[in-house]
Design a protein around this ligand. Structure first.
Ligand code: C2E
Ligand code: MG
Ligand code: MG
Ligand code: MG
Length: 291
């Protein structure tokens, strides 16, 4: 009986592992089918500079599912770092985002485009040539208008290789952003060792700045560090006008979040940019500190 119970327990313990693998496989197949059938697409979320207006749009991946509708990356995250698919999806994202931004450039709508790159694609031998090919195919878009976002939450297996690849991106003229800044367990090392032009403060720090003195201090500190390092700093997850006001006070000039705009289909972007008016006019608006 003891043996049988032990065996039962063992099987009970095994099952969720199996299920997780099955789920991963399902997600993989779903993403692969979407890619093959042209059901992956990009939405764009504006980033604004408080004093001057929209400065960039972030390309955010969506999967058009025949039954479930438009899915966000959370529903297929594991496929973004799966062997083979990571590179194919990454190439698709680079190609479509740069094509779209080039179209806007030609329409006299010069927006920087930011593209999320998975750690897996970044460390792929072919990443730099994928980027080069996309830049060459869309030569009306200056490389300096392209920024790639590296998330801290995906550990870089080969840090030295990542650093070299990012340096090569900079040499092509492409900018680097540290995404979800503060959430990894090596934020300061990334900041110290990786070539980056932008810090994107994760929304988990931004969300409670109005009420939580710790978060307020952390955001203030990151903004100050960014200025001292001569880096651009963007607050993510800016959800209310009060967040906008406080972040302005903290001299965080670039904002992204629902208070500014939700991610939207590309055809909405030109009208959105035209109708945009700075959210708060402030006579005492502090100028950025000297470099
Ligand atoms: P992320 O790069 O940090 O992107 C910001 C996420 O926050 C987006 O979620 C955006 O819709 C959401 N967001 C923006 N403003 C607000 C706000 O005010 N409040 C709240 N609660 N959320 C806000 P989304 O589009 O679901 O993307 C989730 C993550 O998936 C992204 O986080 C990024 O890490 C990843 N991702 C998105 N597109 C791609 C892609 O093309 N390739 C790869 N490898 N990853 C991607
Ligand atoms: Mg991002
Ligand atoms: Mg982010
Ligand atoms: Mg994030």
């Amino acid at each position: 009986a003891a043996k049988a119970a032990g065996k039962d327990r063992f099987q009970w313990f095994e099952w969720p592992m199996d299920q997780r693998q099955k789920d991963r496989m399902e997600v993989y197949k779903m993403a692969e089918a979407a890619l093959n059938q042209g059901r992956l697409l990009l939405h764009y979320q504006p980033v604004v500079e408080i004093a001057s207006g929209p400065v960039a749009v972030e390309a955010l991946l969506r999967l058009n599912h025949p039954e479930r509708g438009l899915l966000s990356p959370a529903a297929f995250a594991s496929a973004l770092d799966a062997p083979r698919l990571a590179r194919r999806i990454g190439r698709f994202v680079l190609e479509s985002a740069l094509a779209q931004a080039e179209t806007w450039y030609r329409q006299n709508l010069p927006l920087c485009v930011t593209v999320n790159v998975s750690a897996y694609h970044l460390l792929d031998q072919a990443f730099l040539s994928d980027l080069r090919i996309a830049l060459d195919a869309h030569a009306d878009l200056p490389a300096s208008a392209v920024e790639i976002e590296i998330t801290e939450t995906a550990p870089l297996q080969d840090f030295e290789k990542a650093r070299e690849t990012l340096l090569a991106c900079n040499q092509m003229g492409v900018r680097i952003a540290l995404d979800d800044f503060g959430t990894g367990n090596a934020s300061l090392t990334y900041l110290q060792k990786l070539p980056a032009q932008t810090i994107k403060i994760d929304q988990s720090f931004v969300r409670n700045i109005l009420h939580d003195p710790k978060d307020h201090a952390i955001v203030a500190g990151v903004v100050t560090s960014a200025h001292l390092l001569g880096l651009q700093v963007v607050a993510e997850g800016v959800e209310t006008d009060r967040h906008v006001a406080l972040l302005t006070q903290l001299q965080c000039h670039c904002l992204q979040g629902y208070a500014i705009a939700r991610p939207m289909a590309p055809e909405w972007i030109p009208d959105w940019v035209k109708q945009y008016k700075p959210m708060i006019y402030n006579d005492n608006y502090p100028p950025p500190p000297p470099p």
